[in-house]
Design a protein. Structure first.
Length: 149
């Protein structure tokens, strides 16, 4: 269940890479580019709005109309997506992953991760590790079986 949610976050956070989606609105593109380039840093709605030369309320409206989430929720989702990758691919502590993805503490990161994904980062890492090991074992069995035939 956590993997499915992280996959859906990944598809949402790569909206800007889909050809033709809101390319005409340079301000939205600027906002997306800013989030992707600076997600590790503290970002506020006001800062994003200033960068895009829009009011915070108007940026929220057009962002939500286009992407079904607010700019800040998109930022959080993007941070969580990046953290999901790090939880599986790197041997970093939860605290290090939190700090590398723009969260100011491991506790805050864990709370937000659980709200968004539905399980704690530690449980996500453990469950996905077990799934990866089982997947590798079943692939080895298939290869071994094919070699025997």
């Amino acid at each position: 269940n956590g993997k499915i949610f992280c996959t859906s976050i990944a598809s949402l956070s790569h909206i800007s890479k889909i050809p033709g989606i809101h390319r005409s609105n340079n301000r939205l593109q600027t906002c997306l580019d800013t989030i992707h380039a600076n997600y590790r840093n503290p970002l506020t709605l006001e800062q994003l709005a200033d960068i895009c030369c829009l009011s915070p309320s108007y940026l929220t409206k057009i962002f939500k109309d286009s992407f079904k989430v607010t700019p800040i929720q998109y930022l959080i989702n993007y941070r969580i997506e990046r953290a999901c990758h790090m939880l599986l691919q790197e041997d970093l502590s939860i605290e290090d992953i939190a700090l590398k993805n723009g969260f100011n503490s491991a506790n805050y990161f864990s709370r937000i991760f659980k709200q968004v994904v539905g399980i704690s980062p530690k449980k996500y890492r453990h469950e996905e590790h077990i799934e990866m090991v089982n997947s590798k074992e079943s692939q080895q069995l298939i290869v071994h079986y094919e070699v025997l035939e």
